[in-house]
Write a protein that binds this ligand. Sequence first.
Ligand SMILES: *[C@@H]1O[C@H](CO)[C@@H](O)[C@H](O)[C@H]1NC(C)=O
Ligand SMILES: *[C@@H]1O[C@H](CO)[C@@H](O)[C@H](O)[C@H]1NC(C)=O
Length: 490
Amino acid sequence: MRFSSVLLSLLIGSASAEEYLIRFKSPDGFQFFMNSAKDHTKNFKEFFHNKISHTFSFGSFRGITVDISQDVVEKIRNNPLVADLVPNIQFKAFDDVLGVQELQQNYHGDNLDDEDGFNPFKVKVQGEAPRHLARLSRRAPLPYEFDDELRYEESFNYYYYKWHKGRNINAYIIDTGIYKEHKDFCGRAIFGRDFTGEGPGDRNGHGTHVAGIVGSSNFGVAKKVNLIEVKALNNRGQGNLTTVISAVEFAVNHCKSSGKKGCVANLSLGAVRNSVINQAIKAAHEAGLIIVVAAGNSNINACWNSPASAPEAITVGAFDDRTDTIAKFSNWGPCVDIFASGVKVKSLSAFPPHKPIAFSGTSMASPSVTGLVAILLDKGVEPENIKAKLVELATHDLLQRRTLFFKPGTPNRIAFNGMEREDDEYDDAVYPIVDLESLVQELQNYQPPPLEVNNKDGKFDIINFKDDSPLPMGTIDLTKRKILSPGEEN
Ligand SMILES: *[C@@H]1O[C@H](CO)[C@@H](O)[C@H](O)[C@H]1NC(C)=O
Ligand SMILES: *[C@@H]1O[C@H](CO)[C@@H](O)[C@H](O)[C@H]1NC(C)=O
């Protein structure tokens, strides 16, 4: 169902587009192409005069956005200098998926901003921290009571490196803009560039919320990072291939000229898999910009989306830190690198009275990782080692295994910042209980059915499946209330 609706939107997008993005195989190829003859009267440079709306040049990426008719498209398509020729498709923000929740309580975390004063330890603590921060700095689950949602509200700490808070790192928020005047940004959010024509500022709310998770003082992971507003999506959360690649280009070039220690960009947007955006991510990566992207909110394989499928991107899925399960909406699969809290994540509101607000989505998970990348860059991890470092630090195998059923190739990895602390375990906590009976029922009703489900004294062996997509996952032991991997003993 989901897949067909994705295809449908692609068809609508391409039918109405007259703007195309052409990517050239090499910098030289671009020049050769422009000087080559379109026909016996003119070369392409003359023919495209006034038709080119954008020229891209960053790293190895060379391209143009140009207004052309179908017959010219057909003529150019097979030119050996042309790598890609695609319509200027629409992108959209991975919107909040569960509805907005405005929070009544006011946050009054520690005063985080002075790092002076003697402290023999390298660790700083934010009390009354929001859950996504608390979870990033511990491996154990956080307790939650569905019957009393406020029970643990103010009881969590966020531990972070006192001397590595992202100072001298630029985080490019490629999104709907940022309400930079919010006092929680402490002046660290600055205008970069607007590609939507709306001008600076956030008229949607998405970008401000994201930026708040990356680096605001009460909701942010990296409390000293520079947040750069790069507006590629408008007030409806929409952009297109040109605005998004322009934003990536801006981030690459701005980063290079800023003399900062490191740069990270966060994209919370997506479209169907697209080689041009994936190549742009590759070129940006080669130029030293770390790109963190949201996996998407369609409960499909993230490899079907761009930029989530770009191998050089760090692709972040959402998990529900109340139950330690993959969020129902999150995309999954081998293109996801890591999971972070993405359900009811609290951050800043772009709109008066600027009360904190909770959003859900992979867009809320990826900025936690963006903030963590800023911290690792600040600690001196080399850009090419960042992804491996995230994976090394991650908490492995803690997401409830049942949520990995039917999600083949999905890594069981939760982002973790490396703070080993044991002092806020919750002995009396009510941890979520795995509902194994409903999982077994789900498996038995699954279409097409698994090849074989052996039921031996309450142990369900999932042997294999008739199609390739679901995952053969081992044994569900109802008596011991465990799920065992293939080959694993009780
Ligand atoms: C892409 O977005 C820009 C900025 O909003 C707009 O000017 C342009 O018309 C858009 N192009 C298409 C094909 O949607
Ligand atoms: C980071 O990316 C996520 C998902 O791609 C997006 O929702 C969020 O707005 C982005 N944040 C920044 C700061 O760019």
